[in-house]
Ligand binder design. Structure first.
Ligand code: ZN
Ligand code: ZN
Length: 84
């Protein structure tokens, strides 16, 4: 059962998170006099109920909310690879 739970990074706070199922359906509605309930289950981050990203949105070096390549922001990336 546990493998159904996606994890990744929160699009809001940028921290690692796991998914929690939330119902984004419109809920109860009436259709031709019939009462129905609309469900639309999606996974959102457990911390902020935001989108779950499959990669870290922050620079691994300075923690800035930017990644250029290799998990680093452009500045750290350039510093990192400038001297090589
Ligand atoms: Zn979050
Ligand atoms: Zn950086």
């Amino acid at each position: 059962m546990d493998e159904d739970i996606p994890d990744g990074w929160c699009d809001d706070c940028g921290l690692p998170c796991y998914g929690v199922k939330v119902d984004e359906g419109i809920g109860p509605y009436e259709f031709w006099g019939q009462r129905c309930t609309h469900h639309d289950y999606v996974f959102k981050s457990h911390c902020c109920s935001a989108e779950i990203l499959d990669r870290d949105p922050c620079c691994a070096e300075c923690g800035k909310r930017e990644t250029y390549d290799d998990g680093l922001c452009l500045k750290c990336y350039e510093e990192h690879y400038a001297e090589v």
